[in-house]
Design a protein around this ligand. Sequence first.
Ligand code: GYE
Length: 328
Amino acid sequence: MTVFKKMSALLLAGVTIMAAAGCGGGGEAAGGGSGDGKITMGFAQVGAESGWRTANTKSIQESAKTAGIELKFSDAQQKQENQIKAIRSYIQQKVDVIAFSPVVESGWDNVLKEAQAAKIPVILTDRAVDSADTSLYKTFLGSDFVEEGRKAGKWLVEEYKDSTDTVNIVELQGTTGSAPANDRKAGFAEVIGAESKFKVVASQTGDFTRAKGKEVMEAFLKSNPDIDVLYAHNDDMGLGAIEAIEGAGKVPGKDIKIITVDAVKDGMQALADGKINFIVECSPILGPQLMDLAKKVVAGEQVPARVLTEETTFTPEQAKAALPTRPY
Ligand code: GYE
């Protein structure tokens, strides 16, 4: 959809909300269900699969408190059906705003249409949906995962710039069908694809968890005797893989170079210890911006269609410097 169309859709949606607030006499749209002017948010979280997710949940819970927003929170245990159930229950409870981090990109149109019909605005946080109708949600707050993948690839290109040998790479993907797995893979492939010496010899999902990261890396090690690099879509899978690499008698960070994404504390510690070589940061601290957007959306104000988080990258030296003050 064009930017113009998106803007018109947002404008229209804004008008609808204001109209509902105007004639509804304190109805669903403006300050809501409870009638006390307090905003109630229903948040459908993905799960508790990683250190990133734990920090993200904490950020959302703390910022809701600070912002005076009543939070109804659910954990879907990485299952889309649970998230859909939670969203339906928020619609039934007539919350003022629904926010969620969609576990996978596809399959959301029906439940989003139900929210729209109930005039409850929806905010996407962290992960995107692939719905063609972007009027089904007000805004999407989160990282640029393709850019994260590119950053990982650029480090690798620089690291091997003086070598003509083949570089055998294994990839641990995030949850199949999720925006960060699709995009981190695509951004990385785009950059390394420019040089034929880079070969992805195996690529499989580790579902963003430490246990799965370990298990899949063990299998990779068995079938590929000659792995030079591991690219893991998050720290946790990288940390699991480190156990597998050590278990196979190899030295992580040396025999096999490791790139991960997130930069949570445990990952940063492994980077400082030289077991990981490079981390692309993905910030889980989305709570303050989310609460801000929620207030605006409930008040019928215009918000940007896309809000990006600011992020950096870390080398071992930078990790050592950042660790003492790292909040998560
Ligand atoms: O990178 C990973 C988590 O969606 C950005 O989900 C998030 C990802 C994060 O499980 O650790």
